[in-house]
Ligand binder design. Structure first.
Ligand SMILES: *Cc1c(COP(=O)(O)O)cnc(C)c1O
Length: 430
């Protein structure tokens, strides 16, 4: 026992008293802040930011993974820019203190007020999803009296190996403008001709939880073919090539390529691809979300009841569920789970961890191994819950969102308070 390896955050350790994070016992954290509780290892997240910043020339953190103000600040402090998918995320970035020029705004169906807010905030780029956005972003730029820097998102039509819901670049996608049939070239022409826009380059995003460099290679082929065509037809030269995010993380025993190696591979593919097409090599921009946040956090739950269904299954029900983590129900995602409040030598048993919502599909983890003596009152920890858990949380069954604490230097600080009945009641109008 001792410091736990991935998927646990670096500061997590299992010993004779159970799990601790940065020297703070999980049971003490649960006592002080309640459960479910999201615990972020701040140094782990800072280290992930630095790994990306050192490996790639230009990095944005996709804040949709976990848009808590304190975490956005960590990314900014570590020298990353931030990527916002909506006006709400843009607002969170600005409230976190981001200068407009460190924010990039994307989204497949931006609302007019979101575009206006982005342009007014002076965002570094608005990523045009399609040709129809050209005039809308240009109009906002005219109103603000600025020339807005933009990228065009292309749909490269490459199919990557990941869950269908997190594929974003297959031919059948709602994101970006297809390179096929001249559509992306036409959108680029419109954008280049728009006097109020300055087109810096192109953007693509291949999908999520990608474990190696192959999808990026396929994306680069499509992107560079498009740029070669754009140079020929429009004399367009890209000053940025944004290859998106999607870098994978460890939930169970997935083994994503280390960031440094991935960067070297993408840079090499970019260089050779440009050489083959006689293009100048544009600077690379990347947008990791999950790979920075996921492994930085864990979630603590309290065990409520245990139900043995003879010959079928043992359900261990906890005080959270699909409202704080929809991923198992949405994608069939799996997690590593550990007993957090104590150590146990009991024989391991295979159990299913159920949430407390009124849905049969509200299971947080099916068929995981836990000590056979797990009982009511124990704490369970789920590893790698820093991306797309809290940010996808809902209030189903009028359950408030959990509290979030960040642990650093042996101290825990509350960065998002637990949602109360009061909070939940506030939106209803009598
Ligand atoms: C979601 C998203 C990201 C981040 O994706 P991860 O899989 O979390 O790295 C980056 N870029 C775009 C355009 C996205 O939509």
């Amino acid at each position: 026992m001792g410091i736990a390896a991935a998927p646990w955050p670096s500061a997590a350790a299992f010993d004779a008293t159970g799990l601790s994070v940065g020297g703070l016992a999980a049971s003490q954290l649960a006592e002080e802040f309640g459960t479910p509780l999201v615990v972020v290892d701040e140094d782990h997240m800072r280290a992930r930011c630095r790994e990306f910043r050192e490996a790639f020339p230009d990095v944005l953190w996709a804040v949709k993974a976990f848009p808590a103000r304190a975490l956005i600040r960590i990314a900014l402090e570590e020298g990353l820019g931030v990527l916002a998918a909506t006006g709400g995320e843009l607002d969170a970035c600005l409230r976190a203190g981001a200068a407009g020029d460190r924010v990039v705004l994307h989204g497949n169906n931006k609302l007019d007020h979101e575009i206006a807010a982005g342009v007014e905030a002076g965002v570094r780029f608005v990523i045009l999803d399609n040709g129809e956005e050209v005039e809308r972003v240009a109009a906002a730029a005219r109103t603000a009296g600025v020339k807005q820097a933009v990228l065009l998102r292309i749909a490269p039509g490459v199919d990557v190996e990941t869950h269908a819901y997190i594929k974003t670049a297959a031919p059948d996608t709602k994101f970006g403008t297809p390179v096929t049939g001249g559509q992306a070239l036409e959108a680029l022409r419109l954008a280049v001709e728009a006097a109020d826009l300055d087109v810096h380059g192109i953007h693509l995003h291949l999908g999520s939880q990608l474990l190696d460099g192959r999808p990026y290679r396929a994306g680069l082929v499509a992107g560079l073919d498009f740029l070669a065509e754009a140079r020929k037809q429009l004399d367009f030269r890209a000053r940025i090539l944004d290859v998106g995010g999607g870098m994978g993380t460890t939930y169970i025993e997935e083994n994503p390529l280390p960031v440094r190696e991935l960067a070297l591979q993408i840079e090499a593919d970019l260089e050779s691809g440009c050489r083959e097409r006689r293009l100048e090599t544009p600077p690379l921009l990347v947008e990791p979300g999950r790979a920075i946040a996921s492994g930085s956090a864990l979630t603590l739950y309290r065990v409520g009841s245990i139900k043995h269904v003879p010959d079928l299954r043992t359900f261990v029900a906890v005080d959270g569920g699909m409202s704080d983590n929809i991923r198992p129900a949405l994608y069939g995602s799996r997690y590593t789970v550990g007993l957090a409040s104590r150590a146990s030598d009991a024989e391991p048993h295979t159990v299913t961890i159920a949430g407390r919502h009124c849905e049969s599909g509200d299971m947080l983890a099916r068929d995981v191994s836990l000590p056979g003596d797990v009982r009511r009152g124990d704490l369970l920890a789920f590893a790698s819950t820093g991306a797309y858990e809290y940010s996808m949380a809902s209030n189903y069954n009028k359950v408030g969102r959990p509290a979030v604490v960040a642990v650093a230097e042996g101290r825990a600080r509350l960065i998002a308070r637990r949602e109360t009945y009061e909070d939940l009641a506030d939106l209803d109008v009598d």
